[in-house]
Design a protein around this ligand. Structure first.
Ligand code: FMN
Length: 229
């Protein structure tokens, strides 16, 4: 059973209309319970464990529409996704291989082949690109990255709700000018990671231990502790 039907057994397989495309007034009374079940059960799935089928064209469109709901200070749309179709993956693989050779001319054939192979794993691969160049208003890069992260998380959660697995991959090839050229990036555009989506062959035996709220949330320190402002 995928997550969507686990959350709502009456719902058809795929995106549930109760969590997509409606205003808050349209959310059903257990929306928080559904959010907890969905968000709490997401986990990164290695592309090695993602096989066909991947999302259909309609599902991909729905996922990208979810990405578009990310918070966006200044309404800059400071990110974009580049879809690398199966028939183009060899070009991405070549970039991964050459980027490795650029930084390590002594890389073995096996290492080069392994780098190349990473482009061919998940049925759907998107390169997530942050747009940090001059824009009006000039929202700071940090804030644009927050928007990018939210867009990616929306994609991951949407894919999870559809019953797919999804995982992020990055690595040093992200910084290679070769990837920049392959993706046709313009001034100020930065590839951040790849979003890989597909059908899960095998999930991790157990979810990672998540930090508890007390580990990352605290009260404002007393003035006596900070020495005032
Ligand atoms: C920007 C970004 C890049 C990532 N790149 C990689 C990667 O190259 N390889 C990898 O195994 N995981 C990568 N991850 C996934 C994290 O390893 C994963 O989110 C983390 O282990 C926590 O697991 P969880 O997502 O299941 O909670 C990346 C995550 C982010 C946010």
């Amino acid at each position: 059973m995928n997550v969507a039907s686990a959350l709502n057994p009456a719902a058809p397989t795929g995106l549930t209309s109760s969590i997509y495309g409606v205003g808050a007034e349209g959310l059903d009374s257990d929306a928080f319970g559904m959010a907890q079940a969905l968000i709490g059960s997401r986990q990164n799935v290695s592309p090695k464990r993602l096989i066909k089928p991947g999302p259909s064209a309609t599902q991909l469109d729905a996922l990208l529409s979810l990405a578009a709901t990310a918070p966006d200070h200044g309404l800059l749309n400071p990110w974009r996704f580049i879809i690398v179709r199966a028939e183009q993956r060899h070009r991405l693989g070549e970039v991964f291989a050459l980027a490795l050779i650029d930084r390590d001319p002594g890389a073995t054939l096996e290492q080069i082949e392994s780098a190349r192979e990473k482009a061919h794993r998940a049925p759907l691969l998107l390169v997530a690109v942050a747009c940090l160049g001059a824009r009006e208003p000039d929202t700071p890069s940090l804030e644009r990255m927050v928007s990018m992260g939210a867009a990616i998380q929306n994609l991951l959660l949407g894919a999870h709700a559809m019953g797919y697995g999804a995982g992020l991959t990055s690595g040093q090839a992200m910084a290679s000018p070769r990837l920049h050229r392959l993706c046709g990036l313009t001034e100020g555009e930065v590839p951040v990671c790849c979003v890989n989506i597909g059908t899960v062959t095998k999930r991790k035996a157990s979810a990672r231990l998540r930090p508890t709220p007390s580990e990352f949330a605290s009260e404002l320190p007393n003035e006596s502790a900070t020495g005032g402002v």
